[in-house]
Design a protein around this ligand. Structure first.
Ligand SMILES: CC(C)=CCC/C(C)=C/CC/C(C)=C/CC/C(C)=C/[C@@H]1[C@@H](COP(=O)(O)OP(=O)(O)O)[C@]1(C)CC/C=C(\C)CC/C=C(\C)CCC=C(C)C
Ligand code: MN
Length: 389
């Protein structure tokens, strides 16, 4: 396997080196709450948006939600998947190497997202390592446009990354970390579309630095973060006792990604502006009497405070929407999700505490608050109530 060579070059314990093996390229950023619109049967995915530009981003994204939900329902009808940890060699795949690849994914995850990693330890071993594999692929994809080599990335490099994605979904992984994901997607009903859409988000970041309205921003947030929700729920699983529709759970997962990304954008306004980027809806800025120049000047004025209050309100609506879905997940998967939701949502509180100065002050949730959230998340994870049907 070509990946073995890369494995040798990147010995165990050096996650950063492994991540730096991928082609890199500018920092990207990654939303009104989903309207409860009923769409036809829509399994056509994002690409159909090009054919019908009049459709809103929420409608286009909802097609992907339906497609992923349909795949999960189809899988439910089949015999249970063989999720055992294999040890034999079948001539093509070396199971020891595969186990090692998953371990590496866990190490990368522990290095980059400690709290999330801790949360995954509550999951079953099979689910845990599959989520790690997805995490690592997302992290590597993000590193392409957000890592040290970001300035060298070209659309062609992203095309090559997408080709690698196609290959790993077809059982031809390029390296060990891809091999872990390739194994995961062969065992869980994970659709390729959200992965492709994340890459599309990175492409968007290469060519776009302004968002005319919330519809445009929503699509971007879906690409770079909503997709994460759609990729991970097939692995985390829906509780067998859940009475919620599969679609509603996936909608909540999407909402959590959108909420996280909106929060990320609001936290990083100053940092992004220094890179010439404004991930805020231009029409809404104008409604509050604000322009790009105000963002570049970075003065906290009453106009800015009022604008920010509105943006924070919207992000919180997405978090509220997401909350309804967490209790529908498998009990063992709920804790990391609650933890990530509670931690990320607190960033919005800190922006308020900072009197909306997100130009020169980074909203940071302190260690004490962070750790205090973990038992709260655990308590919520224990309360499994169905609110979505
Ligand atoms: C339990 C859990 C959180 C699982 C998700 C695990 C996973 C696969 C995470 C991948 C995250 C990742 C590396 C995404 C790449 C793009 C990216 C960086 C997005 C931003 C994340 C925050 O990162 P950071 O603060 O480091 O940002 P900077 O790089 O510094 O700019 C995002 C803002 C979005 C991440 C999105 C999620 C974590 C969505 C999670 C949603 C679910 C797990 C669905 C839960 C299910 C229900 C029903 C609610
Ligand atoms: Mn990033």
């Amino acid at each position: 396997m070509a990946g073995v060579l890369l494995w040798v070059v990147c010995p165990k314990g050096n996650a950063t080196a492994l991540l730096s093996l991928i082609p890199r390229s500018g920092k990207h950023k990654r939303c009104r709450v989903h309207q409860k619109v009923k769409f036809s049967t829509g399994v056509s995915a994002i690409s159909s948006a090009v054919a019908n530009p009049a459709r809103s981003s929420e409608e286009k994204v909802y097609d992907v939600v339906l497609k992923q939900a349909a795949l999960v329902k189809e899988q439910r009808g089949k015999k249970p998947l063989d999720l055992g940890t294999r040890t034999e060699t079948d001539g093509f795949t070396d199971w020891d190497l595969l186990n090692e690849a998953y371990d590496r994914c866990g190490e990368v995850c522990a290095e980059y997202a400690k709290t999330f990693y801790l949360g995954t330890l509550l999951m079953t071993p099979e689910r845990r390592r599959a989520v790690w594999a997805i995490y690592v692929w997302c992290r590597r994809t993000d590193e392409l446009v957000d890592g040290p080599n970001a300035s060298h990335i070209t659309p062609r490099a992203l095309d090559r990354w997408e080709k690698r994605l196609d290959d790993l979904f077809e059982g031809r992984p390029y390296d060990m970390l891809d091999a872990a994901l390739s194994d995961t997607v062969s065992k869980y009903p994970v659709d390729i579309q959200p992965f492709k859409d994340m890459i599309e988000g990175m492409r968007l970041d290469l060519r776009k630095s302004r968002y005319m309205n919330f519809d445009e921003l929503y699509l971007y947030c879906y690409y770079v973060a909503g997709t994460v929700g759609l990729m991970s729920v097939p692995v985390m699983g829906i509780a067998p006792e859940s009475k919620a529709s599969v679609e509603s759970v996936y909608n909540a997962a999407l909402a959590l990604g959108i909420a996280n990304q909106l929060t990320n954008i609001l936290r990083d306004v100053g940092e992004d502006a220094r890179r010439g980027r404004i991930y805020l809806p231009q029409d809404e800025l104008a409604q509050f009497g604000l322009s790009d120049d105000d963002i570049f000047r970075g003065q906290v004025t009453d106009k800015w405070r009022n604008f920010m209050k509105d943006q924070i309100k919207r992000a919180r609506m997405f978090f509220d929407e997401a909350e309804k879905g967490v209790s529908e997940l498998n009990a063992a998967s709920r804790w990391p999700v609650w933890a990530s939701l509670l931690l990320y949502r607190q960033i919005l509180d800190v922006i308020e505490e900072n009197d909306y100065n997100n130009f020169s002050k980074r909203a940071y949730v302190g260690k004490v608050k962070k750790f205090a959230s973990l038992p709260v998340a655990y308590g919520r994870a224990l309360m499994g109530t169905s609110k979505l049907f």
